[in-house]
Design a binder for this molecule. Structure first.
Ligand code: COS
Length: 383
């Protein structure tokens, strides 16, 4: 039976996170963006309402919201601020995801409770200076020495890895060569501030300015064999599977950001007068707002269907790529028109819509560019 209603619990999640975002995030978002500052205080407040560990079960300290509930939470944060939503999306999908999906019992018990409580944040060490879209092109190596693995190399653009709460990073490294000549890739859990591991904050970002982005360096960084995540040689597939889920959270950021920018434009159109009447009375403005509302509705339905498939343990990767691509492009169209409706004021930092305009761009690049999403979709078509 087809049913578009959210459950009572999912509606409560939306309501709770919306109130939290309005009360705790909105008042500080602009200043944190301006100062390019990651707020530990805000992260702790988010931990207090269970925003870390959203889709993890209670046995590991998670909030057990389900994937749809988690996506609604990210959407509600993004409706108010992209950076804050990014901290949660990366913390859950990319920080906790690898351990929750592929960790053994010991690794889960070691890391998940503290990650889920937000005492520490996890991060995802995939991208390298020379390996972005070509994620199999990693140059970071891990060499077995006795019972240890020794890592050397670097990572770049890693969210949540250099702030004071940073706790553990899942690192993809080359561990050998496969019989077909391709790199053998494996993942390792590396604790923050471990000897030989440094994380340096990156500054000067266009967008997500109050989320923590880091460059990582591994210099003879020695971790015990028990830090190998899952089986040797499965690292790339693990990373790809984590990204399938992560792309849903980026889609949620596009959807929530589009919703927030649309609401700002709608409100402004009912306050601003030109030529003797509210600009919302002009058909030119109405058509923009009508297009925004329509595209947001379509984006929400596509994203929720993809999340529902994941929750049902059914194949969802192709729909996740579609949702990520579509929601980020919808946000682009919506923020562009929202700034247009604001006119000159939309270009000023004191108007939230200016930040939404900048934050949107990342969505077409991070967790797989729009071009990579089209590759994934096309491959799903058998091309
Ligand atoms: N889930 C599980 N396994 C997957 C997978 C997925 N979603 N996608 C690919 N694989 C497997 C393939 O089945 C293949 O397995 P075999 O080695 O057994 O044949 C293996 O991984 C290699 O796949 P493929 O040949 O398709 O890999 P490509 O190098 O062609 O890369 C793209 C494919 C471009 C889609 C991939 O590299 C990608 O997603 N790049 C973007 C990375 C990204 O999003 N980075 C941003 C990180 S920001 S957090």
């Amino acid at each position: 039976m087809l049913n578009f209603d959210l459950s009572e619990e999912q509606n409560i999640i939306r309501q709770t996170i919306r109130e939290f975002a309005e009360q705790e995030v909105k008042p500080v978002a602009r200043e944190l963006d301006e100062k390019e500052e990651f707020s530990v205080e805000l992260a702790r407040k988010m931990a207090g309402v269970g925003l870390f560990g959203c889709f993890v079960g209670e046995e590991y300290g998670g909030s057990n919201m389900g994937y749809v509930g988690y996506i609604i939470a990210v959407e509600e944060l993004a409706r108010v601020d992209g950076s804050t939503a990014a901290t949660i999306a990366a913390g859950n999908s990319l920080g906790i995801g690898p351990i929750a999906y592929f960790g053994n019992e010991e690794q889960k018990r070691q890391w998940l409770p503290r990650l889920c409580k937000g005492e520490i944040l996890g991060s995802f060490g995939l991208t390298e200076p020379d390996a972005g879209s070509d994620a199999q092109g990693s140059r970071t190596t891990a060499v077995q020495q006795g019972d240890d693995w020794v890592l050397n190399g670097s990572k770049i653009f890693i969210t949540n890895a250099s702030n004071p709460l940073a706790g553990v990073t899942t690192v993809q490294a080359v561990t050998g060569t496969r019989p077909d000549g391709r790199k053998e890739l494996s993942c390792f859990l590396v604790p923050a501030r471990h000897p030989g591991f440094t994380a340096t904050p990156m500054h000067g970002k266009l967008m997500w300015r109050s989320s923590d982005t880091a460059e990582l360096a591994f210099e003879d960084c020695r971790v015990p064999a028990r830090n190998l995540l899952g089986k040797r040689g499965e690292g790339f597939k693990q990373m790809m599977q984590v990204l399938d889920g992560g792309r849903l959270s980026i889609a949620a950021m596009g959807l929530g950001g589009a919703q927030g920018a649309y609401e700002l434009a709608l409100e402004y159109s009912q306050q601003r007068k030109q030529f003797g009447q509210l600009i919302g009375k002009f058909q030119a403005t109405q058509f923009k707002l009508a297009n925004m509302a329509m595209e947001i509705e379509a984006a929400r339905n596509l994203l929720y269907k993809a999340c529902w498939l994941k929750e049902q343990h059914r194949p969802f990767g192709q729909l996740a790529a579609m949702a990520k691509l579509y929601c980020s492009e919808v946000m682009k169209r919506v923020v562009t028109e929202a700034v247009q409706i604001h006119g000159g004021y939309g270009l000023m930092k004191e108007y939230h819509v200016e930040r939404f305009f900048r934050d949107q761009k990342l969505l077409e690049i991070g967790e797989g560019t729009s071009e990579v999403q089209r590759i994934v979709i096309a491959r799903g078509l058998g091309l």
